[in-house]
Design a protein around this ligand. Structure first.
Ligand SMILES: C[S@@+](CC[C@H](N)C(=O)[O-])C[C@H]1O[C@@H](n2cnc3c(N)ncnc32)[C@H](O)[C@@H]1O
Length: 260
């Protein structure tokens, strides 16, 4: 079971919903109740809370993450495949970056359709289409290699964002509408504490070490990747100390909304 820390979700969702244009297909103004499944610390729920007066409930199987939900969003410990709510309990059931973590996303969508009286929405990344630009020449290539090995090594489809519409149509939802939100995260001077920590992690090769079990490839290939990653990280650290390091990562998130 893949687990996420509150700190990781806080860091990776930064700026995600500064622009909420892609939430328009959710038609929030017409909803009285919203369930956010796999809500984590409530990064999406917090944005929804600012957009609507509807009742919003968060559901996640991880009680530690639920403890970080905004005060105005009650949390329920629950499994996405078996939600503890009767049929038609919420106008709309939503999720963000949940389906890419599920071995059976179709089953979860079926459960969402049972609990939703009007619509189901999902916001999911396509991790196969992430781009990285960096002042360290090797960073984009190494990030691409690590990403490819991760996509091939994990047991769920972490590129699922690119087939979200098909998934919704195959699940039987009507009037499927889509939108896209490209989340861009930049590192540039003046560096924040979070930026400095991220560069330190790069120089230690932490990402490759902690995700090793999820990366495709034999031990030698992964050792080589980690060594090259650390070298790249040390260059990033030197550039950071000189105030010259810059990095820009763009993650495409696809939004799909369908009526039950
Ligand atoms: C990548 S995080 C996304 C969290 C949040 N939606 C966001 O975008 O910041 C995936 C979340 O799904 C939850 N999760 C994974 N499998 C689940 C399941 N079967 N039932 C309920 N929650 C699940 C995890 O605990 C985690 O909070």
């Amino acid at each position: 079971m893949r687990r996420f820390s509150a700190e990781y979700l806080d860091r990776t969702r930064e700026g995600m919903w500064d622009d909420r244009t892609a939430l328009a297909p959710l038609r929030l103004a017409s909803r009285d109740s919203v369930l956010d499944v796999g809500c984590g610390t409530g990064e999406l729920a917090a944005a929804l809370r600012e957009e609507t007066d509807a009742r919003i409930v968060g559901a996640d199987r991880d009680a530690d993450l639920l403890a970080h939900l905004p005060r105005a969003v009650p949390g329920v410990r629950a499994d996405a495949y078996q939600l503890p709510f009767p049929d038609d309990s919420f106008d709309i059931v939503v999720c963000q970056a949940l389906l890419i973590n599920l071995p059976d996303p179709e089953r979860a969508l079926g459960e969402f359709a049972r609990v939703a009286s009007e619509s189901v929405a999902a916001v999911e990344p396509d991790n196969g289409a992430v781009t990285v630009e960096s002042t360290v020449a090797s960073e984009s290539r190494l990030a691409g290699e690590a990403r490819d090995r991760y996509i091939a090594g994990v047991d769920t489809d972490v590129t699922l964002g690119n087939r979200l519409v098909d998934l919704f149509e195959e699940a039987g939802f009507a009037n499927v509408e889509t939108a896209r939100r490209d989340q861009t995260q930049t590192v540039e001077p003046p560096y924040s504490e979070v930026d400095l920590e991220a560069v330190g992690r790069k120089a230690r090769g932490d990402a490759i070490r902690t995700q090793r079990g999820d990366l495709a490839g034999d031990a030698d290939a992964l050792d080589r990747l980690r060594a090259a990653w650390r070298e790249m990280g040390r260059t990033a650290l030197e550039q950071t100390q000189a105030g010259e390091y810059e990095r820009r990562e763009t993650i495409p998130f696809h939004v799909a909304v369908g009526d039950v």
